[in-house]
Write a new protein. Structure first.
Length: 412
């Protein structure tokens, strides 16, 4: 096995009280935060509502957006600027309305309500014309066919369909759904091999676009709508998925080792999840489906690290029967320390980069991964292993069985 450094002889079990104290402090702080905030901050997936992602030409003022939404009756709207480290020129805002602002029948109207409120504060140059940044391909095609800038007649509607598709595709893929002006379309129209405009054709098409449309200062990029009933069902299913995963792991480890190993591993994983949820509450990150996926990943990751240590404990029990269990566990942790540092360290660096550079859309997911890897690795030797040792000492004091019996006869 590749070793990160030479043999070590750290008394991990002698420091167990410090590990447990640290965990109790983190759990207490997290529980206090959850109590003060009335529970976790659920994302749109679990609480239900409407989330609209809006991109602006210029960096918008959040207080202006908040005021415009308040005038529209949405006083509890959550507005968050989305940072893009790779593209600082992109100005995007996430606006969410939960079921307290819109009932289930009105959720579909959330986009229109937000759009109307934004138009009042960020009006287009000509409010009598449709916005080129929000027009659909079919509506753009219909305008081109009706005005026929190339003089082809209605018999060549397919040609205008290709032009409309080219324009909306360039807007959505190359400009992120937001054109700053009609002249931005000149180069893609002239360079495309899919449409044949002929001499002066590009100018004719651009002229029609200038006359028929205006170019607004913002565009709605994406809309997510979840009803409150669906959100409650997803929340329940997420809790059940986590509990089923823990129950399955408890059964497996109890069968593979001894029941105390399984109980200690599951308690350690519970510890990991609770601390992660507490930190989510403290830093006000939303819990969404992607976060649940991260938590389930970390449940398996932490459990795997714990199993590696327990497996080495079982091997050492066979050859160190006269040693104290605490010494056997210390040796097992020290023997697997290089592997833990290599695997957990490299994974931690990867998710840390994702957290720092992944943008706001991945911020909660990557935060769960960062916290989970640190806490999950720590709990394997700081919580799960001390629990086994503490149980062994309690049984020895009761005079039932010795420490060596923890090796068990199963899984040999």
């Amino acid at each position: 096995m590749l070793e990160f450094f030479g043999p070590v002889n750290i008394d991990w079990m002698g420091k167990a009280k410090y590990f447990v104290s640290t965990s109790l402090v983190l759990l207490a702080v997290g529980a206090t935060s959850l109590y003060l905030h009335g529970g976790p901050l659920y994302g749109i997936d679990f609480r239900g509502g409407t989330v609209v992602y809006v991109r602006f030409q210029q960096n918008p003022k959040i207080n202006v957006i908040r005021a415009s939404l308040a005038q529209g009756g949405f006083h509890q709207a959550n507005i968050q600027a989305i940072e893009n480290v790779a593209r600082p020129d992109i100005h995007e805002v996430m606006i969410s309305l939960d079921e307290r602002d819109l009932n289930e029948q009105q959720l579909d109207a959330g986009r229109k309500a937000i759009e109307d409120a934004l138009h009042s504060s960020f009006p287009a140059p000509d409010t009598t014309k449709p916005d080129l940044n929000s027009v659909a391909t079919a509506a753009l095609e219909e305008t081109l066919v009706r005005r026929d800038p190339l003089g082809f007649g209605a018999s060549v509607a397919d040609h205008y369909k290709a032009i409309a598709a080219l324009i909306t595709n360039f807007r959505d893929t190359q400009r992120g759904g937001l054109l700053s002006g009609v002249d931005e379309l000149r180069q893609p129209l002239a360079a495309s091999s899919d449409v044949q405009l002929g001499h002066g054709g590009a100018d004719a098409v651009l002229g029609v676009l200038r006359n028929a449309f205006t170019v607004g200062s913002f565009a709605i990029r994406n809309v997510e709508i979840v009803g409150p009933k669906v959100g409650a069902e997803l929340r329940q299913q997420a809790i059940l998925a986590t509990l089923y995963a823990l129950a399955g792991m408890l059964v497996y480890i109890a069968f593979r080792f001894e029941w105390i190993y399984g109980a200690a591993a599951v308690l350690a994983v519970f510890h990991d999840v609770l601390i992660t949820l507490g930190l989510f509450s403290i830093f006000r990150f939303e819990i969404s489906l992607t976060v649940i996926a991260a938590l389930l990943t970390l449940v398996g990751y932490s459990m795997n690290d714990t199993i590696v240590i327990f497996d080495r404990v079982r091997e050492n029990l066979r050859i160190m029967r006269r040693e104290r269990l605490a010494d056997i566990v210390n040796r097992a942790i020290n023997q697997t320390l290089s592997r833990t540092i290599l695997t957990s360290g490299l994974t931690f660096l990867t998710v840390l980069v994702l957290f720092l550079l992944g943008g706001a859309s991945l911020r909660a997911f990557s935060f769960a991964m960062v916290v989970g890897i640190v806490v999950g690795t720590y709990s394997s030797f700081g919580i799960a292993a001390p629990l086994v040792v503490a149980w062994s000492r309690w049984r020895d004091q009761k005079g039932t069985v010795g420490a060596g019996s923890l090796a068990g006869n199963r899984g040999r």
